[in-house]
Design a protein around this ligand. Structure first.
Ligand code: GLY
Length: 397
């Protein structure tokens, strides 16, 4: 009897077709994501007053939170619309992108913090790349001038935030992301001082902000009167000595970008070191969606950060372009793994849900209990950028 049962089971298993043994080809997955993004972003536009930008959405309260255009994330919504338009050629999406650029444009004079790159390059940079409209370039040039006013020769760095109750003169790792704006303007025939500032800032960051294990501190707080470091701290991470996940991703992305503009091997090496730190960390989950901080004591019972994953995926694709075959394969495979995880139902919104955002489950500032486990504009932006990069650089027809 037992023998018959075993034979029966064996026959059954031989005849049962395998369940979905092959993952969806990347080209089709990218198409699916872009079409979903187009419909979601029309909803997001509807949910966001015409003089504001989307910030996040609280599903439990069905509450949409929007921001003014001075918020550091104000460039991501228009930037994402441009990425979606570039792929879909949807005229309504382009019209929406143009409308949102029109309300953002005045921020080219903003000097209140270091975030001009995020705000003005992710938005107008993509708009100019796609349309060639010269007025967009003028806006980018002015934005670089505004950002450059925050350079402090005494510390060879760009000051991130103004002096306040907590920090004297903070320089945060996120600042590496604003250097692209400066380098790009110089490379396009603009003032070469912008590039010099970016290079000096990046060099200071390598020398002072990275630990021996190739993780970074979130905040270097300087004393401007002496030019000395007054403290190595965190703002959004678990502790001063922890590795805040998005900060590691910002650094990786920033150094890969700096290598693109300078061909300086130091930046390339730094990017490789950060990639190794992140990808081989004992607390990096198998699907490569990082916990919000690599050193959270609550791992595995704490939140993942989809935004850190999206930035990592996009940065690895850029780094893969400058890597030897073996590393290139590793980085592209890691990026693909992240894109697939973010495209799964665990992270990607169902059509018509999530307030119109594409991805769920990002963490803005966990210790501040702000934007915790919500969709965020920059998670979507870097995810869309990663899809573009994958489509243009990896998937060949
Ligand atoms: N300040 C940028 C961030 O939250 O990553």
């Amino acid at each position: 009897m037992k023998l018959l049962l075993i034979i029966g089971l064996w026959l059954f298993s031989e005849q049962t077709p395998e369940v979905n043994p092959r993952p969806k080809p990347m080209k089709a997955l990218i198409e699916e994501n872009m079409q979903l993004a187009a419909s979601q972003y029309k909803l997001l536009a509807k949910n966001t007053p015409s003089d504001r930008m989307p910030q996040y959405y609280e599903a439990s309260k069905d509450k949409m939170v929007t921001s003014s255009t001075t918020w550091w994330c104000s460039g991501f919504f228009p930037g994402s619309l441009w990425y979606i338009y570039e792929y879909t050629k949807d005229a309504d999406i382009r019209q929406e992108a143009e409308k949102r650029l029109a309300i953002l444009e005045k921020e080219k004079h903003f000097k209140g913090n270091h975030d001009l790159g995020f705000m003005m390059y992710c938005s107008f940079g993509n708009a100019y790349r796609i349309t060639g409209n010269k007025s967009y370039k003028t806006t980018i040039d002015t934005s670089a001038m505004s950002l450059a006013t925050r350079y402090r020769p005494a510390i060879q760095s760009i000051q991130s935030w103004d002096s306040g109750k907590v920090f004297k003169c903070p320089v945060i790792i996120d600042n590496m992301m604003n250097l692209e704006l400066l380098c790009w303007v110089s490379a396009q025939g603009g003032d070469k001082t912008f590039r010099d500032i970016a290079v000096t800032h990046a060099n200071s960051t390598i020398e002072r902000q990275y630990r021996t294990d190739n993780s970074c501190w979130h905040v270097l707080d300087y004393d401007l009167s002496t030019g000395k470091i007054a403290g190595r701290r965190t703002w959004q991470g678990f502790s001063d000595e922890s590795a805040w996940s998005r900060g590691q991703a910002w650094g990786l992305y920033g150094f890969a970008t700096m290598y693109r503009f300078t061909q300086d091997k130091r930046y390339l090496q730094q990017a490789h070191k950060i990639a190794n730190f992140m990808l081989n960390h004992k607390n990096m989950p198998k699907d490569l969606i990082p916990y919000w901080d690599f050193d959270s004591p609550d791992i595995p019972n704490t939140l993942r950060d989809a935004s850190a994953a999206a930035i990592l995926a996009s940065a690895l694709l850029e780094l893969s372009q400058y890597s030897e075959k073996k590393e290139r394969k590793t980085y592209v495979a890691a990026s693909e793994k992240i894109i697939r995880a973010l495209s799964s139902e665990a992270y990607r919104a169902e059509p018509g849900k999530n307030g119109g955002f594409l991805l769920m489950h990002s963490v803005g500032a966990y210790p501040l209990k702000s934007e915790v486990d919500v969709p965020l504009t920059y998670a979507d932006y870097y995810f869309l950028e990663a899809l573009h990069r994958y489509r243009n650089w990896v998937v060949k027809d």
